[in-house]
Design a protein around this ligand. Sequence first.
Ligand code: ADP
Length: 213
Amino acid sequence: MSHRAPTHARLIIGLTGGIGSGKSTAADLFAMLGAKVVDTDGIAHELTAAGGAAMPEIIRTFGAGIAQADGSLDRAAMRRLCFSDPGAKRQLEAILHPMIRRESAARCQAADNAPYVLLVVPLLVESGAYRAQTDRTVVVDCEESVQIERVMARSGLSADEVRAIMATQATRADRLAAADDVLTNNDGKAALQAQVERLHQRYLALAAGRSPA
Ligand code: ADP
């Protein structure tokens, strides 16, 4: 029995965490157990790929020079533009965010046999719109030193560059305060997998207890 009335037919679990906390790693583990994963970052990439639905408006707004020869977003050019002009970042977000929200909502409700949906949103805690779309929030949490090491190893950024990105995100304490469930990801992948398996069982039980739409 859900403790609050569902606003949508399916159980939707929002998964979030800071950069490098292990969101993608955890989402892959849930997917292997049978959850349907909807990833807002992946949708953003699709929208700005060659032929992506956001590209016509992005080109109208910023000019043809913002696209590469194949029609995909020139990410380096966009980053430079956003760095020199904060208004450009807001314009880009005004184009992309409503499209990402619509597409993720459609994918969450699309018919398939998955028992529940895991909606991966890096800035879930920062965004009221996504919290309204989800029934429950799971936070992937780890020590900030571990986050920094992982992102440095993955990207080649310096520790200070990683800290600068972390400073633009919700604090660890804010995320934990918003969490219904926490995956602690300081140790190896086996430790994470064991926690994912326990939560998956809980989500299956919650999904089974929901009244049919
Ligand atoms: P996010 O999606 O939150 O940015 P990722 O899942 O991509 O984080 O993880 C960041 C990096 O750390 C990746 O290279 C990933 O393989 C690695 N990683 C994540 N969790 C673990 C873990 N428990 N043990 C070892 N490496 C991990």
